[in-house]
Design a binder for this molecule. Structure first.
Ligand SMILES: [Cu+2]
Length: 121
């Protein structure tokens, strides 16, 4: 039997899905961004975000990794499986980073200027 509350949950989920599809730019600005670390790679390898976005790296791999800015702007401790590291990017620009344990692991965060409307929020 379908209850009223499960119908409400389904309707809410549909509404959220429709709103997310209708306003992709708005949700990209509002939502902070995650980068997974798995199979000795940053996924996605290159991410574009708006200024003011917090990026969180999550180590889903089974060996420790770090997140180290090439310009020494930030550096995580060794992240064990399941550990996270966050950095908030406030200034537009391209930020290269790598894993200091495995320097062939590289990634980039491209920070775009926040729009006037989002700066007022
Ligand atoms: Cu690594």
């Amino acid at each position: 039997m379908t209850t009223f509350s499960s119908n409400v949950r389904i309707a809410t989920a549909l509404a959220v899905a429709v709103l997310s599809a209708a306003f992709p730019a708005a949700s990209a600005q509002a939502a902070d961004t995650e980068v997974k670390i798995d199979h000795h790679a940053f996924i996605p390898q290159r991410v574009a975000v708006k200024a003011g976005t917090a990026v969180t790296w999550i180590n889903d791999d089974d060996v420790p990794h770090t997140v180290a800015s090439s310009a020494k702007l930030f550096k995580s401790k060794a992240l064990d499986t399941g550990d996270k590291f966050s950095f908030t990017f406030t200034t537009p620009g391209a930020y290269q980073y790598f894993c200091s344990v495995h320097p062939y692991m590289t990634g980039a965060i491209v920070v775009e200027a926040a729009t006037g409307s989002s700066a007022a929020q």
